[in-house]
Design a protein around this ligand. Sequence first.
Ligand SMILES: NC(=O)C1=CN([C@@H]2O[C@H](COP(=O)(O)OP(=O)(O)OC[C@H]3O[C@@H](n4cnc5c(N)ncnc54)[C@H](O)[C@@H]3O)[C@@H](O)[C@H]2O)C=CC1
Length: 349
Amino acid sequence: MGRAAAYFYGRLFAEAPPLRGMFPPAMDVRRDRLFGALARVVWSLDGSGSHDYLAQLGRDHRKYGVVAEHYTAVGNALLATMRRFAADGWDTEVEAAWVAGYTAAANIMIQAAEAHAGPAWWPAEVIGHERRTPGIAVLTLRPDPPLEYVPGQYIDVQTPRWPRVWRSYSIANAPRPDHTLRLHVRAIGGGWVSSALVMHTKIGDTLLLGPPVGTMAPPADPGRDLLCVAGGTGLAPLKAIVEHVIGAGRETAVHLLFGARTSAELYDLPDLIRMEAAYPPLRVLPVVSDEPSYDGVRGTPPEVLGRFPVWADQEIYVCGPDAMVEETVRRLRDDGVPAARIHRDAVRR
Ligand SMILES: NC(=O)C1=CN([C@@H]2O[C@H](COP(=O)(O)OP(=O)(O)OC[C@H]3O[C@@H](n4cnc5c(N)ncnc54)[C@H](O)[C@@H]3O)[C@@H](O)[C@H]2O)C=CC1
């Protein structure tokens, strides 16, 4: 992957030098991200359910300044890379099929981008910045023009400190009349953009936001109760969904399990307790996994979930570290919860 990606970018910038300006000065930051997305495009050319993904990718790439001609340069560089790194099975027939598939995929992306009338990106003023722990901040942003989204979706964010580097964060609130958005950001281990957002961003700064993406959305069946299982800052999209459900005014019962490693990391608990007080059908259960002296419920979210009777009737949302999400979903499935009632985001980062 490393050598193939380096070869691909070498070819791409040789063929179309102006494209170099669309990438971060330090290429390793985004290199594997774009190459990973392209790899997914290439392997999804069997047409199975890839149309929506490609259309979204095309719309999303407008924020990089991508236009139709660039797809030819990318296609040529990818083809050269495939020829060089593919195993023995690569021949003229495979190549012809691949070119046809890439052209079809590029056309979907180009058409989706051209058909999309909204902005490619939004400037957003930072109007709130709360350091909840040394490594976690909650930012409040005001995009102008307003950015419309579905609770549960996420956006790419760029800070002036790292031009052309985008990182994804979930929007942590349901749409508000004043169009402000909240982000929950953890700096530690989170890379350059997260560190800049937590440590070096102030009220009055301007960030750039990409279009909202992601498939997580509030329940289609408003009659069902809700179970949300959040790990760390994975709370963000679930809080947006809970706010939306509360706002719908149907008195839906909601259980929100909020897991952290230590009690100090329960960074949004005061706010969740306020929500609980204002909306009695909401039950917030904080759980802590790595602090033996904690006198509340201890364990990881999937462990704690296993201590309850089966969650047979709820619509279930899970978000957090990948391993936590996998383990939670596995346990729920083992308990007989149908896959269709378990929601997690399919495409991320
Ligand atoms: N900031 C955001 O907007 C969003 C973040 N995320 C993801 O959520 C995650 C949050 O990470 P942190 O806050 O650093 O979480 P963390 O590492 O502090 O852990 C949070 C919770 O997950 C549990 N956990 C961790 N590893 C586990 C495992 N292997 N098995 C079972 N439970 C486990 C912990 O016990 C704790 O309860 C990140 O992976 C992030 O990518 C997802 C969506 C949105």
